[in-house]
Design a protein around this ligand. Structure first.
Ligand SMILES: Nc1nc2c(ncn2[C@@H]2O[C@H](COP(=O)(O)OP(=O)(O)OP(=O)(O)O)[C@@H](O)[C@H]2O)c(=O)[nH]1
Ligand SMILES: [Mg+2]
Ligand SMILES: [Zn+2]
Length: 305
């Protein structure tokens, strides 16, 4: 009976990928290109296993459009906040203007991604706005040697082709603070997806729609996920001595530092400070490393009080 079959017509469980999860239902995009509303086998809960958006699963079909998830494949990565499995790369999105990018915010978010071991590219949006080109030149000096970097505008179309190529065949998470233009980008990269864009009203800030649940979209020959909540990622469980590794060029100089356990703050003869003094390490990057380090130390002190 089609309505109660536990298996596919060939008798074997089928494969798919969870692209969204809403109130206990997992929406599985299947090999035969259907979206099935699935429940998880009770076993998952019993074993304390969770299912995540992005998971590759095996399911038993139930009827035409439903199913039961039987197994989950080993994950290649887990983005912590929001939880998404099997992300290949994170695009950190910042607007050059309105609002102007804050370098500490940028370096901190880059550190979040580095800490999670995911690869990272930077997208600078709204390059059509007045003053954007000058800010962009400053940003390029610091970040072009470190990360793939895209300068985009959904108004002029600048930079969009490069992004599309970068995202082909990958699962890409888009992260950035509210209002930087993530949904607008998605709307251009994935025109037929329903993406909510927040228009900041000139008269009031009310009635603004922002992205809430986590969902994978098909687009650019890969899959894309908007990541509400990413900026709430916390360093509360981080160790101060780990922070240097999340500033990749600083980590290279740190490897030459001969002081054991050096945090590269103020020590005479520290190789990182020498690189800073010689101008090979950007002033903003070093300052932001120190600021993040201070935050992490404070958070750590709180763990013991
Ligand atoms: N001038 C200009 N404005 C843009 C561009 N991209 C987005 N905007 C505007 O910026 C505002 C915010 O864009 P969204 O796409 O909603 O931003 P978001 O990052 O998705 O915001 P949240 O969903 O709140 O996280 C909207 O008013 C957009 O029209 C751009 O390339 N140029
Ligand atoms: Mg949005
Ligand atoms: Zn040092």
């Amino acid at each position: 009976m089609a309505g109660t079959d536990k298996r596919g017509s060939d008798g074997f469980p089928k494969k798919g990928r969870i692209i969204k999860a809403i109130s206990g239902f997992y929406y599985v995009y299947t090999e035969d290109e259907l979206l099935r509303q699935c429940r998880a086998r009770g076993l998952f809960k019993l074993k304390g296993l969770s299912l995540l958006v992005g998971d590759y699963v095996t399911y038993s079909p139930v009827g035409e459009r439903e199913g039961v998830i039987e197994e989950v494949a080993k994950r290649s990565s887990v983005l912590v906040r929001p939880p998404v499995a099997n992300v290949d790369q994170v695009l950190l999105v910042f607007s050059v203007q309105e609002p102007a990018v804050t370098l500490f915010q940028l370096d901190k978010m880059a550190a979040m991604v580095e800490r999670q071991g995911l690869s990272l590219a930077l997208v600078f949006t709204k390059t059509d706005l007045p003053g954007a080109q000058a800010s962009l030149a400053d940003l390029m000096r610091v970040y072009e040697p470190l990360y793939p970097m895209f300068a985009t505008s959904v108004k002029t179309g600048a930079g969009l082709d490069g992004l599309v190529a970068y995202m082909a065949q990958k699962t890409t998470a888009l992260a950035g603070l509210s209002g930087v233009g993530k949904s607008s980008l998605l709307g251009h990269l994935v025109p037929d997806a329903t993406v909510v864009t927040g228009e900041v009203s000139k008269r009031s800030q009310r009635g603004r729609h922002t992205t809430r649940h986590v969902e994978l979209f098909f687009g650019c020959g890969g899959m894309i996920v908007d990541t509400p909540g990413f900026s709430q990622y916390s360093f509360a469980d981080a160790e101060p001595e780990d922070a240097q590794a999340w500033f990749r060029e600083l980590a290279v100089y740190a490897a030459d530092c001969e002081f054991r356990g050096c945090l590269h703050e103020s020590e005479q003869g520290c190789a990182v400070r020498a690189a800073r003094a010689a101008g090979s390490l950007a002033q903003s990057r070093y300052a932001n490393y120190l600021q993040l380090l201070a935050e992490i130390k404070q958070l750590k002190a709180k763990r013991y009080t």
